[in-house]
Structures are given as structure tokens and as C-alpha cells.
Design a binder for this molecule. Structure first.
Ligand SMILES: Cc1cc2nc3c(=O)[nH]c(=O)nc-3n(C[C@H](O)[C@H](O)[C@H](O)COP(=O)(O)O)c2cc1C
Length: 180
């Protein structure tokens, strides 16, 4: 798929068919994530691919039942848990380089967008789920130490047509020389 079309057409998908996302598709999407840029090429992103239905159910039900993405996560044959290593990105000799924020999240976001665009290219849909209890999710998935869980991303074949949601005009977010 042509890049501009992929960027413009990608939508969050919250309803999936019963299509089983193959390991080949998973690997293709993760390959796109793998080559994303990162702070000093520290490559702090880590991805957990969940196939286990019981685990997915436990994760989703214990997190946030009212989330609009809950139902599709329960239906998904693949849920990707996007994580990052807190100690890698944004550091120089173990000291935080500046106070910009969590560079690990920045790197992970770049990797996730690559991954979601590749999924779209493969005819698959996904949605970033951020509104959940990350502490509970980490317990359920036994994620600990320096690894921070960030987003839950269910993946599947879109079951419905998605419509574009409004965006700001370019003039509202692009500022030349000064942000007013
Ligand atoms: C960091 C982040 C967190 C999000 N969390 C959720 C969520 O918890 N539940 C949900 O249904 N969608 C979630 N979304 C999807 C957004 O609602 C969606 O990207 C936005 O409305 C724009 O729609 P589009 O992706 O179709 O362009 C999240 C997106 C991002 C980037």
C-alpha cells in the first residue's frame, strides 16, 4: 500500500471478524516495529504477543470493562502488549539526559505506529488501548523490573467500515517560528 494512503486511511478498529491473525502477519508487523528509530538506537521497546484466550480475558476483564475496546479485545486472536524498558531511552551514562519526559514512551509510540501501519497494510485493524489499570495488568502478565507496560493493542480483521474522526486543521497545530 502506498505510504500516504496507509497513513491517511488507518483507523482505530474496535470490532473484529473471527479471522485468526497468523504468526506470519504478526512477524511482519513486528518487523516494522523493529526498525523504528529510538534514542541512540537503544531499542527499548518490548512486545508481548498474547494468544492465550484465558490470559486475554483476565487482562481485559480485570482492567476496564467500560472501555470501548473491551469487547473487541475479548474477541481478538492476537493482543499485543506494548512495553518499554524504563532504563534505556533518554539516558546518558545512567543519568537522565534532559527533562523532556519519558523518551521510552516516545520510542515505543514510534514503533507502535510502524506496527499499526503495517497491520493496516496487511488488511488488519488495531486500536491502542491506554485506559486500563497498568498495575493490575503488570501483575496479570507478570511484567516487572525495568519493564513498563504501556499500551494494550488488540488486532484483527475489521468487521465494520471505519469512518474518519475529526482532526484539527493544520493551521491549528503547525506554528511557524513561534507558538502563540
Ligand atoms: C495513547 C492512546 C490511548 C488510547 N486509548 C484508547 C482506549 O483506551 N480505548 C479506545 O477505545 N481507544 C483508545 N485510543 C484510540 C483513540 O481513541 C483513537 O486513536 C482516536 O480517537 C483517533 O481515531 P483513529 O485512530 O481512528 O484515527 C487510544 C489512542 C492512543 C494514541
Amino acid at each position: 500500500m502506498e505510504l500516504t494512503k496507509a497513513i491517511k486511511d488507518r483507523r482505530s478498529v474496535r470490532k473484529f471478524t473471527d479471522y485468526y491473525v497468523t504468526d506470519e502477519e504478526l512477524n511482519e508487523a513486528m518487523e516494522a516495529a523493529r526498525v523504528a528509530p529510538s534514542w541512540a538506537n537503544t531499542q527499548c521497546s518490548e512486545f508481548l504477543a498474547l494468544r492465550d484466550k484465558e490470559k486475554i480475558k483476565e487482562l481485559v476483564e480485570n482492567c476496564y470493562p467500560k472501555n470501548p475496546s473491551t469487547a473487541c479485545s475479548l474477541d481478538a486472536s492476537l493482543v499485543i502488549v506494548a512495553c518499554y524498558n524504563r532504563k534505556k531511552s533518554g539516558f546518558y551514562k545512567e543519568t537522565s539526559f534532559n527533562d523532556v519526559g519519558t523518551w521510552g514512551m516516545f520510542d515505543l509510540g514510534l514503533a507502535c505506529q510502524n506496527m499499526m501501519l503495517k497491520l493496516h497494510d496487511l488488511g488488519l485493524g488495531s486500536v491502542v488501548v491506554g485506559a486500563y489499570d497498568s498495575k493490575k495488568a503488570s501483575e496479570i502478565l507478570d511484567i516487572k523490573g525495568d519493564i513498563q507496560i504501556a499500551a494494550i493493542i488488540p488486532v484483527g480483521k475489521p468487521a465494520v467500515e471505519t469512518r474518519p474522526v475529526p482532526r484539527k486543521e493544520l493551521s491549528e497545530l503547525l506554528h511557524i517560528d513561534k507558538i502563540k
